[in-house]
Every structure is written in structure tokens, then in C-alpha cells.
Design a protein around this ligand. Sequence first.
Ligand code: UDP
Length: 324
Amino acid sequence: MNILVTGGAGYIGSHMARYILRRKLRPVILDNLVYGHKESLPPRIKFYRGDIADQKLVSKIIRQEKIEAVMHFSAYAYVGESVTNPRKYYENNFSKTQKLLDTLLDNNVAHFIFSSTCATYGAPDTKKISEKLPQNPINPYGFTKLAVEKMLADYSQAYGLRYAALRYFNAAGADDDGAIGEAHAPETHLIPLALQSILNPEKQLKIFGADYPTPDGTCVRDYVHVYDLAAAHLQALDYIARRKTSDCFNLGSENGYSVREIISACEKASGLKVNCQETGRRAGDPAYLVADSGKAHKILGWQTSYDLEKIIATAWQWEKHRRY
Ligand code: UDP
């Protein structure tokens, strides 16, 4: 099967591409390299540099590469920036995704896996987040992802598009061989920043808020390995294709770890101290976000295989030797 991976040079997309290859399927990558890294592409992969909204280019790729399904990772994902510069997010994450979807429909590509997010739920007042909860995002990033979900539902109803919306919790970790890993510029995520502050103690990690209503006062998140996320994508594709249906799934480990617990896990993996300091809260951070992934377990047969220790071990190996 030929699968177009948009954003395939980005963090999750590049792991997806390798995972597809391991499963003896064929990924084709489309990435504009605004945030992606050419160095993250597997050797001998078919790569197109360009924009998802370039309908001529995407049509050409679909025809030439005989694309049967699309996994759509190319999106901007800085929550803070989405508040200060929402037009960038509505344009790229929503408007350009509509152009991409229209191109797929025009070329009879009917299978679409969408990178969605737990940010579509906002800040729910509950222990574990299931798909039954209402989606009330609290920032433009979450709104753009929810808007695409709504568009997918309408397109599937009207045009027979089959899709899965996969709502990730906190994607983390790196390739087991250390070939690729997380490399955002600027980096804002906790695990890479904690590990970077170990390697370079001048880069002090700031703990954003220690006064949350959580056991140790710091925010609790659900960290899920990128290859576990990748596995869910292929399972979801198989499911929507076989059952001729569409659906949404929460993807998380169902375990919550506080910022302090993550710092301790990074210190344990490295044997070194994280240079950190408590500061005020970061705008828009909910106290507690942990998945109920029962639906993905039951319907897709999805299970995570990386626990927190393994996630951090792969991330640490990547940070120590990173190539880009
Ligand atoms: N965090 C932190 N210091 C940092 C980066 C993140 O304390 O330098 C906290 C952040 O407030 C959140 C958690 O770590 O509670 C995870 O943040 P991250 O940005 O990794 O992912 P998010 O949950 O925002 O998607």
C-alpha cells in the first residue's frame, strides 16, 4: 500500500514513515521543510518538498505514486503562538487541510488519518478523558484541530470519505536506534527541555506552576511513545478500510505523570541532575490531562508498548547524540 505522509519530515511524521517501512508498506513524504528536517527522512524514501495546499502538486503525487491513503501530520502546534497569531493556525491547520482534502476527493483517495489532539477537549474537569466528553478547546490550536474534525465528519457523510481522527495525548520519545527524535525549533516540550538542561546546565528548566490542584502541585500529563502512536495509525487505517467506516480515538498510555515526576525520570535515566526552577504558570495549561484509551484498545486492538522509563531512555539516547 502507498501512503502519503504529509509532514513526514516532522517529529511524529518521521517516526510514522519509518514505522510504515518496517511494516513493508510504502510511505511517500510531502513536507515543506518549514519545521521538518530533511535529515529525518529514511534513506531512499520518495520525498516531495512542497505545500499540502498545492493542488497541482498533490494531484501529481497521488497519480504518480498511486496513493491509496493519506496520513496528515503537517500542522503548526505551538499553543502559545496560536493565541498570539491565530491566522497562521487557521490558515495552515484548517484552510490548507481543506484544500488537501478537496484534492484527495477529486482524485478518489478515500482514506484519511488525521493527527488530532487532546487539546480539542479543552480543560475537562475529570480524571480520565474519553471520547464521550464534549470537545471545548481553550485555544486556537485546539479549535483548528476540532474544526478539521467537524469538516471530516461532514465530508465523510456527504462524499464517502473514510477517516480516523486520532487524538494524541503527549507524544514523546525517539527512535530506539537513536536515528531520529524530537527536534523542534524553538523547543517547548518538557522532556527534551529537561534532558537538554542536563546536557547543558546553563539552560535552566522552568517548572511552569507548582500550585495546581495535583498531588505535587505540578501539571499531570499522559506521555505516549511516538512509535506507539505510529502503530495506532496503521491499525486505524486497517479498521476504516476494512469496516468502511470513520471514527475517532484517544491515544494515550492512561498513566499520568507530573512535571516533577518527569524531571525525576530524566534524572534517573541520565544519572545526572536537571537544573530547574519553579516559575509561574504557563497560560492555557490545564492541570490534568490523562487519556481513557479504552475505545482504541477495544476497537483497534491498540496497546502501548513503551512505558515512561523506555520513553525517556529513547529520548535521552537521542538528545545525547542528536544529528539535527
Ligand atoms: N512544562 C514545564 N516547563 C517547560 C515545558 C513544559 O513545566 O519548560 C510543563 C507544561 O506546563 C505542561 C507539561 O510540562 O504542564 C507538559 O508540557 P509540554 O509543553 O511538554 O506539552 P503540552 O502538555 O503542553 O502539550
